[in-house]
Design a binder for this molecule. Structure first.
Ligand code: GRF
Length: 319
């Protein structure tokens, strides 16, 4: 059934401008949106080192786009749900074409801005990221994996993990990745402010630039939030401003919502009220349980949190 709506092709052995027309009918044009496409660092390096101009890059290389699915708008959300764990994203559109129009349209400014941004990234030191956890740390793992691949160009590395609980699985994940950890038990401090001050000291001792909250189950003091303002990110399991605080998945199901998702946002003094950086939605089925929805949202979080970190680390967004 889906085959009526979905068509895919792999971009092997050729560039965007050469390869796409081979599989697209004459009366169709494709627009690639290079505000949404991540040019892989190796292609940015190649262009700079080989002094290759933008059009030649597009003609000769796929710039990191390995597989394109063309899907009918009616099934877009279902397909996006299915491909999220493989890093799929909407990267363009197909429209009717007259014979005078190009087969593939790439906005010159979008492409050059994108490739120059990645080239700049290759020359600056990576931002040092500290991650605060209280539990399983699957988002921590997603951040570690994404910052260690050569293809994402995140411009940051995870160098320190703090947990307020002993023996949580996130600590084992950090150790397995060779990342130093520290357990700071909030019960050992008289006040929230003292606990937070001790976290700040630990983070500063590791020269941390950006702090990511990945399932950190403590409300932070105003002092801590102000200290790390613009450098403090949280991931929340709902499409904020809907359902801040606890039990977001349960609330979405009880409200009979048909979609939910996750939000990565800057942290401010409120609970889940800071400026939103990125969101990703997931569908809620009629038989959805809190557990199944939580799993779906986790997949979306693992996709979107590293991208939000990249946006902050590379200065695409700031407060
Ligand atoms: C995530 O769902 C996140 O949205 C919330 O806490 C959960 C942490 O999960 N803030 P994990 O520890 O990263 O697996």
């Amino acid at each position: 059934m889906l085959s009526e709506y979905v068509f895919f092709f792999a971009l092997k052995g050729g560039g965007l401008l050469e390869n796409i027309p081979r599989v697209l009918a004459d009366n169709l044009a494709i627009t690639l949106d290079f505000t949404q496409i991540n040019i892989q660092p190796v292609f940015a390096w190649l262009a700079a080192t080989g002094n290759i101009n933008d059009v030649e890059m597009q003609r000769t290389y796929n710039c990191g786009i390995g597989l394109i699915l063309i899907v009918a708008p009616a099934v877009k959300d279902v397909i996006l749900d299915a491909v999220t764990r493989h890093g799929g994203n909407v990267i363009g559109s197909v429209t009717a074409r007259s014979s005078s129009q190009p087969r593939v349209h790439i906005d010159k400014t979008e492409f050059s801005t994108n490739i120059q941004r990645v080239q700049r990234l290759l020359t600056v030191p990576k931002k040092r990221v500290g991650v605060l956890i209280s539990g399983s740390g699957s988002n921590l793992q997603a951040l570690i994996d994404a910052t260690r691949t050569t293809i994402m160009g995140i411009g940051a590395e995870i160098v320190f993990v703090i947990s307020n609980k002993e023996n949580v699985f996130g600590l084992s994940r950090a150790s397995a990745a060779g990342i130093p950890t520290s357990v700071l038990n909030h019960r050992d401090y008289k006040t929230r402010e003292e606990f937070d001050a001790s976290m700040t000291r630990a983070l500063e001792s590791q020269s941390i630039d950006i702090v990511c909250l990945a399932g950190f189950m403590r409300i932070l003091s105003n002092e801590f939030v102000r200290k790390w303002k613009g450098r403090l990110l949280n991931v929340h399991p709902s499409l904020l401003p809907k359902y801040p605080g606890l039990n977001a998945q349960r609330q979405a199901i009880d409200a009979k919502d048909t979609c939910s998702g996750c939000t990565v946002h800057f942290v401010d003094e409120g609970v889940d009220t800071g400026r939103i950086i990125l969101q990703r939605s997931v569908l809620i089925e009629s038989d959805e349980t809190v557990e199944s929805l939580t799993n779906k949202i986790h997949v979306a979080e693992h996709y979107v949190f590293p991208i939000a970190l990249r946006m902050v680390a590379t200065g695409i967004v700031s407060l």
